[in-house]
Design a protein around this ligand. Sequence first.
Ligand code: FAD
Length: 389
Amino acid sequence: MSLLQWRTLLVDAGWAVPSWPVRWHGRGLPSWADGIVAAELSRAGAAGLPVGAGMSLAAPTILAHGPDSIRERFLRPLLTGEETWCQLFSEPGAGSDLAGLVTRAELDGDEWVVDGQKVWNTSAHHADLGMLVARTDWGVPKHKGLTYFVLPMHQPAVEVRPLRQMNYHSSFNEVFMAGARIPRDFVVGEVGDGWRATLTTLAFERRFGVMRRPKHGEASGRALDEARVEAAAHFETYKWYPQRAGRVDLVVEQSQSNGTSQSPVVRQEIARLLSLQKVSIWTAERAQASRALGRTPGPEGSIGKLATSIIARQAARVHTMIAGAHAMLGGLESPLGGVIAEVLLSTPAQSIAGGTDEIQRNILGEKALGLPREPAVDQERAFRDVPRN
Ligand SMILES: Cc1cc2nc3c(=O)[nH]c(=O)nc-3n(C[C@H](O)[C@H](O)[C@H](O)COP(=O)(O)OP(=O)(O)OC[C@H]3O[C@@H](n4cnc5c(N)ncnc54)[C@H](O)[C@@H]3O)c2cc1C
């Protein structure tokens, strides 16, 4: 049986995502059921759901905001892995200030015509569809004139150009749209109400953090082999992500093997690192338990995102103390074949992706601690009148 046939069976039976409503391929069970079913599938040596921005970001956003025509058209191929997704949010002049984006979409008969540029778009080079936020009304305040579209990526008016990072990998792209076409009804939520759906995607992005590789064990079979190939292709883009998180798992062994564990200063920094990690795991578990009880998500998403950055930076510092100047070397004769150098070059990304550390602090200050909002002069006036460069 092919992977597609197997996933079709799973989806039809409602066991692909049992927490989803019965109408949308689920069984209406509590959210804890998803984890249990995924674990049991893996234990039985069966393939599960596809990994990627489709499952983690597009699916919950579409499920939450609809409309039904969009749920009908996109959820099933997303679950079976027939269509893959990327996130087209950031622009050269709009990252933290995402609502200031200037990609425009205008209605032309039965299609939207899109012009603009996106940047830092992970996996856009092999995605079928893009979660695109574009401006459809310039005469209202900036958060109100946005619409959340599904952009078909395979069309001549969409050009994807890979970027090269300082850690030598190439995971991101610039995406140029010059007269790109979108069918009129490929809108998530409602026209002009895209900011609400955007916030949903961003909340899930903070929550899902580091992507986990599916466990396929030793079992074999056509569906499982195809799932392995699919996962390998997907994770090719993300192969430096463990380094981005600081590789805390390597610290103790490295320190013991070169004797630096004898130094009280190094030991103290390792203890600090491991304590931070432990506390962060407990916070994540608390958030998970609270979600399982059906409570509204609290500030744990921002706390967790910030904690991951702090841990990654502390891990990079500890790795440097252990490896010394050799930490800067790449190549086969360097510490762990260049992994430590890659950690140093990759951890800055952790503090930027999915919302920078400063932005998480703003969210925590304003939403969790109730501090006054940042002063802003661009919230009320029509976006076309807001000064920008
Ligand atoms: C690994 C990685 C993967 C990514 N994947 C994607 C993707 O798939 N799709 C996508 O659309 N984007 C993606 N991004 C882009 C990411 O969302 C943006 O880089 C991020 O939101 C920051 O925006 P910016 O780069 O424009 O920085 P800016 O917003 O220009 O920020 C520059 C600096 O100013 C600070 N700053 C800005 N505003 C404030 C404020 N109000 N208060 C305090 N400090 C502030 C920031 O914290 C930062 O230090 C990715 C980025 C990375 C690193």
